[in-house]
Write a protein that binds this ligand. Structure first.
Ligand SMILES: [Zn+2]
Ligand SMILES: [Zn+2]
Length: 589
């Protein structure tokens, strides 16, 4: 379970918290306490609901236990002996887990396929003071070796994730090797909270969510401007890389999803629309079948390949309401998708081109990224030789482009082919998985895609599925957090804010505003009666890149005082200012 040092520390801290809960609630029943990213949780069945005020009490008790420097003691027991021990302690959840181990050899409900009846098997029990836990370990030797931790929140969680089971109380915490690492993490969290795109979306009036369409963002005028600029930037890049843009319906007959295999792998995550007794449509969870129908619409020759169909396609996927998270996890979104139909010989050059396109799209945002090769999973489809060949060629491509600077994700490929994933790093050092390039040998077979080769014979093309931003919605969310809302000039919905100091300056200010607008610069002209200080603060809060305040001095000297996100540049010639803004816009759009 826990492999490296920090994982062991985190999981051992979960035991410590459980021991503290046992001191405060002697009748507590214990669920499980695994590690999660940056920390751990533990699930409890308690006689009363926990409140946020309980966390400091549990924390205090945990630190008292920690100070006593108690050892983690491991003991091997026969399963039946262990069951007896937990029966005596009245721990029904542990007994349930042990019975599963006895019956199936595992506590993982997804892997309980064959009955094993392992009544002679040994299990390990860890004891920390009065707290005894069924656990594979390993653990640190004693509480003295624990790192720095902080309890973060309480949540409800169904036993074993099943809503038919009892709701338990989950305590989350974070843990690190030392205080410095914990402080750094907490500081980063605080900064991340300030930049939360849901918060910024509200403050900057970009988008909102409504119960009438859960997980489907409503973009307000300014948000729609950003969204469309991102899309335009993406469309221009597709043009440059010689993609053809296609547009397909966002609902298709259910039969095609059966043919594509999505029905088998995905139907629980799809929305269906019954048209009449004999006809059911599905809202598309992926774009692939549409591109295939267009490809198959006419006979293709080797001379036509590679065919590159790009589609900003509207996708709908069912998500549980608890998993929805602003623009990061939505039910409806537009994927910046593309499907290529190519010959086997074209794999290398096509993928190298996609890698160039990834760079083209990420670079303007100063986003670092790293490529990962995901190889054949256990449940792969197709010929193992074809897989091997494809993996070798992807490795060669990655080596050519990145040397040794790429990662490997063993057995993480799609069931239909290996893939290259890209992980982005934002300005806070957080990583996001966005772009993916997937080789597919299966779908062209399923849909009987063909081309006539130069020897006159029918052959099956290879397909590449690729996306770069992932979706416009999610990418916009990432950018909002990456820039803390202060988007680059070209993406900003309002680029220049202009206001006159007094009534006498109204005409001259309006003239400048109109002139800027005539160059395609987006301007907010504010002639309201508020004080200049108030107006500047308002514009800064809206993260508008440039603020111009026009008074006697500016009119007389014909020079501008330009506020640029905190910096003030005095006496800038108007033409110089316009050229500067235009340059910042035109490099991208
Ligand atoms: Zn443990
Ligand atoms: Zn696809």
């Amino acid at each position: 379970m826990a492999e490296n040092k920090i994982e062991i520390i985190r999981h051992s801290t979960a035991h410590l918290i459980a021991a503290a809960v046992l001191e405060l609630f002697p009748n507590a029943k214990f669920g499980v306490g695994p590690t999660v990213e940056n920390g751990f949780y533990y699930d409890f069945d308690l006689p009363r609901s926990l409140t946020p005020e309980d966390l400091p009490k549990i924390d205090k008790m945990a630190r008292q236990i920690l100070k006593k420097n108690i050892k983690f003691v491991c003991q091997e027991l026969d399963i039946n002996e262990a069951i007896g021990l937990f029966q005596k302690a009245d721990q029904p959840y542990k007994i349930e887990l042990l019975n599963d181990i006895k019956k199936f050899g595992t506590t993982d409900v997804n892997k309980q396929t064959e009955i094993k009846e392992l009544s002679n098997d040994k299990v390990s029990i860890y004891t920390l003071g009065r707290f005894v836990d069924l656990c594979r370990g390993p653990h640190i030797s004693s509480t003295q070796s624990l790192g720095a931790f902080k309890l973060t929140k309480i949540a409800g969680a169904y036993w074993r994730g099943d809503e038919k089971n009892k709701m338990l109380q989950r305590i989350y915490g974070v843990a690190f090797e030392n205080q410095q690492e914990l402080s750094d993490y907490l500081k980063l969290q605080e900064e991340a909270e300030k930049r939360d795109h849901r918060k910024l979306g509200k403050e900057l009036d970009l988008f909102s969510m409504h119960d009438e369409a859960p997980g489907m963002p409503f973009f307000h005028p300014k948000g729609a401007i950003i969204y469309n600029k991102l899309k335009k930037f993406w469309l221009e890049a597709q043009k440059e890389f010689k993609y053809d843009i296609i547009i397909c319906p966002s609902m298709l007959d259910v039969s095609i999803w059966k043919q594509s295999g999505h029905w088998d792998h995905y139907k629980d995550d799809m929305y269906f629309i019954k048209a009449d007794e004999n006809k059911t449509f599905a809202l598309r969870p992926m774009d692939c079948p549409g591109a295939i129908l267009i490809y198959n619409n006419s006979l293709k020759s080797y001379r036509d390949l590679p065919i590159r169909y790009a589609e900003p396609g509207l996708i709908t996927r069912k998500e549980k309401s608890g998993q929805l998270a602003g623009l990061f996890r939505v039910q409806q979104f537009v994927q910046d998708d593309a499907h290529m139909f190519i010959t086997e010989d074209q794999i290398e050059s096509e993928i190298k081109d996609v890698i160039k396109l990834v760079k083209k799209i990420y670079q303007p945002f100063g986003l670092e990224y790293k490529a990962y090769l995901s190889t054949r999973p256990d449940d792969f489809m197709g010929d193992i030789k074809v897989w091997d060949k494809a993996e070798i060629s992807l490795k060669k491509i990655l080596k050519d482009v990145y040397g040794d600077d790429y990662g490997l994700k063993e057995k993480d490929g799609a069931f239909y082919g290996p893939k290259i994933d890209f992980q982005l790093k934002d300005s806070l050092g957080r990583t996001w998985q966005c772009a993916t390039i997937q080789l597919d040998f299966q779908m062209p077979l399923k849909f009987n895609c063909k081309y006539i080769d130069n020897d006159g014979k029918e052959k099956t093309p290879v397909m590449i599925h690729r996306t770069i931003m992932g979706s416009f919605e999610r990418f916009m969310g990432i950018l909002l957090e990456h820039y803390a809302g202060a988007l680059p000039v070209w993406l900003s919905p309002v680029q220049v804010y202009i206001t006159p100091i007094g009534k006498n300056h109204f005409k001259a200010s309006q003239k400048i505003a109109k002139e800027l607008e005539s160059f395609g610069i987006s301007v907010l002209f504010d002639d309201s009666n508020e004080t200049i200080g108030y107006k500047v603060r308002k514009a800064e809060k809206q993260k508008i890149p440039y603020i111009l305040i026009i008074g006697d001095k500016e009119i007389k000297s014909k020079k501008l005082n330009v506020r640029m996100r905190g910096n003030i540049v005095k006496n800038m010639a108007k033409k110089k200012f316009i050229d500067k803004v235009l340059k910042e816009i035109k490099n991208f759009l």
